[in-house]
Design a protein around this ligand. Structure first.
Ligand code: NI
Length: 166
């Protein structure tokens, strides 16, 4: 949405820009079988248990964008732009797919929820300006989810929700 620039409030030139996190939820359905190619069938069965069998999930993903609230539009990101990016980065490559067979990324990468979250993160980065993507929260079920924020080392990644015990 473009609107003409108003001739400013009293603090327009001195107030620091405000930041906010904007989130959108998307869903996709996919099948997979968690298996590592460098392990034997028996080792995979032992490591992944029932997930080593082909099965499906109705995934839910919450994509969070961080940025300054544009003083004109009042938005962090244009919702319709974000919707289009999610379509390209999530729906097209993943929805109704067999992750291990249909998505080249998972040819040699185990299709765990952690790695799917990383795939979505890397794919979305292609459409966003640097430092805009804040967090991916991927639910494989109502009770299991993975949060991915770019994979920084633990010492740097911990902290915004809770401290690690000593
Ligand atoms: Ni699974």
């Amino acid at each position: 949405m473009q609107t003409p620039r108003a001739s400013g409030g009293p603090h327009e030139d001195i107030a620091p820009p405000k930041t906010a996190t904007f989130s959108r939820v998307d869903t996709f359905s996919a099948s997979h079988r968690t298996a590592c190619k460098s392990l034997t069938d028996a080792e995979n069965k032992k490591l992944f248990g029932p997930c080593n069998q082909k099965h499906g999930h109705n995934y839910k993903v919450v994509v969070s964008i961080i940025g300054e609230i544009d003083p004109i539009s009042g938005m962090v990101i244009d919702l319709m732009d974000l919707k289009a990016y999610l379509q390209e980065a999530i729906t097209k490559p993943l929805d109704k797919k067999d992750l291990d067979e249909d998505v080249p990324y998972f040819a040699n990468v185990v299709s765990t929820t952690e790695n799917i979250a990383m795939f979505i993160w890397e794919n979305l980065q292609k459409y966003l300006s640097p430092n805009k993507l804040h967090k991916i929260k991927l639910y494989e079920s109502e009770t299991v989810s993975v949060t991915y924020k770019g994979g920084a080392p633990l010492a740097f990644a911990a902290g915004d929700q809770h401290e690690l015990p000593e």
